[in-house]
Design a protein around this ligand. Sequence first.
Ligand code: ATP
Length: 418
Amino acid sequence: METLLAKLAPPQAAMLRAISDHTRVTGAAVYLVGGAVRDWILGAPSIDDLDFSVDGDSVGFVRDLQREHGGELLVHEKFRTARWVCQGASVDVAMSRAEFYARPGALPTVSPAPIEVDLRRRDFAANAIACRLSDGVVVDPFQGRRDLEHRLLRGLHEHSFVDDPTRMLRGARYAARLGFAFDEGTLEAIQRGVPHLRALSGERIKYDFELIFRDREPAAALRMLREFGVFGALGVPMPDPDKLDERFARIWSVFTKGEYVLDALDLAPDRLLNAAGWGALIYAQGQLAVRRWLELAPFEHDVREALIAAGALSTMSAQMFHAPTSRQSALLHDFSGLTLLFGHLFDGSVLKRRAIHCEWKDWRWVRPTINGEDLRARGVPPGPEYRRIFDALRDAWLDGRVLSLADEQRLLDEILAR
Ligand code: ATP
């Protein structure tokens, strides 16, 4: 336990200690399960998520903890799961359970069951290892530890990916992140599951793709999905594998080097990475790709609009970006920040990307210093003429024909004289 505590952030370590103490006092059968056990055995330097399985009343167990230590509880009564949030950290506590799938791709119905049965419903043997908190006993009915040693992902039964095809998306994510291979039987089981992908809700597909986008090796995971035939089964165009590498490398480089003003997009980091991932898959792939993805996945409004508008941005000829600055800015001015980000990340034209960068950083802020009051004072009757004058002055600033307030006044005089 001490080696695990050392891998956790302090608030989470405190939660694990509290759970462990409570287990000892009450005698409850509580197990650490899933990714934390896997990563602990693999010797990962740090562990972020803790999942527990309680053989018994999971919600009662976690309610007691909250009463004693404070924090907040988010309870999902139907599945008897709860998230306990305390001092900025959280842990998930579930009832040890059996799952039953009424049809492929559906959400399962659940009933209480011992830990050995709970482990049977999991995705891969490497994720189906439990560690009892009271005494550290490891429950490993599918030889998950052996798989970890051999760096192998093995599904638990031949219908696993028919029951829940999202497991192949999860599998590709783990294989890419951990550098694991699938065993032969699992690859066959995945092939059996592929035709059932269409039974999943768009919400679940979107969720698992976004986990891939935010994980360590998105391009490698997506290439695996391509090989499984996932894109064909979903009815969306297949991404070009070389482009995937290039595009995710570009996201990484732009996001980490701070060369683009991302803050101004006002998006939380996770949402930004999700959106960039969709852009990487869809930008410049043609109208059909956009339409198919929009039919499939329930995108947030801003992402949806940006993906649609990116069609127009991606098809603009690069030649147009040899024009004067005011003209280039006018071409880009009406695109949303997210659409411009897609262009900056993924457009093939360096010239267009440079213009997008300038538009986002500088050009869009350029305004004439003269305002409506000044024009009224000069006797110009209010009307559409105002906009034309402001635009002419703005263009002159952008193109360097006006460099000072005196220049601007002179140009205004000329315009009014006309
Ligand atoms: P990560 O390292 O990405 O956080 P994790 O293994 O902790 O991975 P979670 O999504 O937190 O993944 O799920 C916790 C555990 O629940 C998994 O390790 C796995 O045992 C099980 N699990 C989650 N989703 C599924 C699924 N669709 N089918 C079967 N088991 C699942």
